[in-house]
Design a protein. Structure first.
Ligand code: SAM
Length: 376
């Protein structure tokens, strides 16, 4: 298989996430550069307000209530058992981020509506819900960011001085993995297309190993794309039932099994036709990332493919690309919660070469790149 680098993202526009909170046209003509810069930075510093109001609303059950229909602050306060004025303040805060729409009712009172496309996003069991991500941020991220300066000073090391992997608890993963399924569809679609164009999916009895599978969403969507495929997910004990339940929910349980294991210390199933790593490499140190590829090479069939979907910096794309900016910032979030990094295409090429592998493709998706590799 020889595949050039290409962009596979769809052209459908996703609205910008930036909600302007400072109006630059309101500066007097004489405002000096430092004052303007302070306004710009202040807008970043109040970024914490967005998760503040969204998470509070989720905690209080406001989104669940608004899923039933639009409400005034008074009606919502009664449903939630919250203070009327404070509920109005919270709803107005949400409307500043376009999370709820604020309109005037016939009697002049503000009415708040949760747009239909956000109903599933806040539902605890929604397939593409962010509820798990919100829970994770409350349990882990808020306090972890306080550690960033220390980790930058000391380099996120274990007590014996070694570089640290990013490792949160199994319990914290049960929340997080349920909050990142939404990343899957724009990753699976171009990956499946690319595999198909290379003839990969045509053989019968093809096998997929999904290393650190989480809910198994990538396996489940790929199983729907390739009816001949069967998949094995590998993850820790508390995650396995989540992945198996979701396979049943998505109608692919007959071709999916999830096994409990430690992807470092346990053997992987051999002769794998597709070894999939999604959001696994950004948890690694350079050394452990290289080791993962050495292990993958041994588990891969002769014409097998390794697919790594992650926050992969592509230096050739230029410093200013939105993806590279996001990936480098993602690395800071990894450092805050432990170790890990956003590695570059160049890093991957080195490790692949060490493992007797070579890169055969690089796909772009909204918040990831997918690096494809096979035996050299
Ligand atoms: C960031 S999540 C990614 C989950 C999934 N691949 C996705 O992208 O939705 C990392 C996953 O790796 C699993 N994991 C981490 N270390 C592991 C290990 N040593 N052995 C097996 N699974 C592990 C975690 O339990 C978690 O489900």
């Amino acid at each position: 298989m020889s595949v050039p680098r290409s962009a596979s993202n769809t052209t459908t526009a996703v609205s910008s996430n930036h909600t302007p909170l400072v109006d630059p046209t309101r500066f007097p003509a004489v405002a000096d550069g430092e004052v303007r810069a302070a306004h710009r930075l202040y807008e970043h510093l109040i970024g914490i307000w967005a998760p503040g109001v969204i998470e509070a609303a989720q905690d209080l059950g406001a989104f669940a209530a608004l899923t039933e229909g639009p409400a005034t602050a008074a009606a919502l306060a009664e449903t939630l058992g919250t203070d009327l004025r404070a509920t109005r303040v919270l709803l107005d805060g949400l409307s500043a981020y376009d999370v709820v729409q604020r309109t005037r009712g016939a009697d002049g009172q503000a009415v708040y509506t949760l747009p239909a496309e956000l109903h599933g996003v806040f539902a605890p069991d929604g397939l593409y819900s962010l509820a798990g991500k919100i829970g994770h941020d409350r349990n882990v991220a808020w306090s972890a960011w306080r550690n960033l300066a220390r980790n930058v000073r000391d380099g996120a090391r274990t007590s014996d001085g070694a570089e640290q992997l990013n490792q949160i608890s199994e319990e914290d993963y049960t929340s997080l993995v349920r909050g990142i399924n939404f990343w899957a569809p724009p990753i699976v679609r171009p990956l499946a297309e690319r595999l198909r164009t290379t003839g990969w999916g045509t053989g019968s009895g093809r096998t997929l190993l999904d290393v650190g599978c989480g809910t198994g969403i990538y396996s489940h969507l790929l199983l729907k794309e390739f009816p001949e495929l069967s998949a094995t997910g590998l993850d820790v004990g508390r995650i396995v039932p989540i992945a198996e339940a979701q396979a049943a929910q998505l109608g692919v349980a007959d071709r999916f099994r999830c096994v409990t294991g430690d992807f470092w210390n346990d053997e992987w199933t051999g002769d794998t036709d597709l070894a999939l790593f999604v959001n696994i490499f950004h948890l690694q140190t350079p050394e452990s990332a290289r080791d993962l590829l050495l292990k993958s090479a041994k588990a891969l069939s002769d014409d097998g493919v390794i697919a790594i979907a992650d926050h992969i910096v592509d230096e050739e794309e230029g410093e200013d690309s939105t993806q590279n900016r996001f990936f480098r910032l993602f690395a800071a979030s990894m450092l805050a919660t432990g170790g890990g990094d956003a590695f570059t295409v160049h890093d991957y090429d080195q490790w692949l070469s060490d493992a007797g592998l070579r890169r055969v493709g690089l796909l772009d998706t909204p918040m990831h790149r997918v690096l494809l590799a096979s035996h050299a």
